[in-house]
Write a protein that binds this ligand. Structure first.
Ligand SMILES: [Zn+2]
Length: 138
């Protein structure tokens, strides 16, 4: 689970509204973001759901929770099945995932906690012996 509250402009009255974003898993196992916007001044209320975070939402969650990294043991980092699971989870090409692991073999992926938790779960499903760990970056 990840989430944060940010201030946005109310589409009705132009005042300052609160937008509360939180992650959840869809029925198909994908990561989705539910957001509730509420304006205390005029009562405007909107709930929406999206697959992607906006830049402002991502920044608010990172400010709230910090940046996380997906960390691998040296053996897992060298395992092609682990790399394949990362590639599929992030929709990367072979060249892109190879570059990620070359730059940072034990910590190739960083991001919002909920995103990495999901990638870690997919890796464990694909490679039961793998031990990916999601940990906060200092
Ligand atoms: Zn309003």
């Amino acid at each position: 689970m990840s989430g944060a509250t940010l201030r946005v402009r109310c589409p009705d009255c132009g005042g300052s509204a609160a937008r509360e974003v939180s992650s959840y898993l869809s029925m198909s196992g994908g990561l989705r973001w539910c957001a509730e916007t509420h304006c205390a001044a005029c009562g405007f209320m909107l709930q929406d759901v999206d697959d992607e975070l906006s830049e402002a939402e991502r920044a608010a969650i990172l400010a709230e929770e910090g940046l996380f990294a997906l960390r691998f043991t040296p053996a897992d980092g060298a395992d092609v099945r682990v790399r394949s699971a990362v590639r599929q989870a992030l929709s990367l090409t072979f060249a892109e995932v190879t570059a990620l692991f070359r730059q940072c073999p034990q910590q190739p992926v960083t991001g919002v906690r909920a995103e990495l938790d999901l990638i870690a779960a997919r890796i464990r499903r694909a490679v039961p012996a793998a031990e990916p760990v999601v940990m906060p970056l200092p």
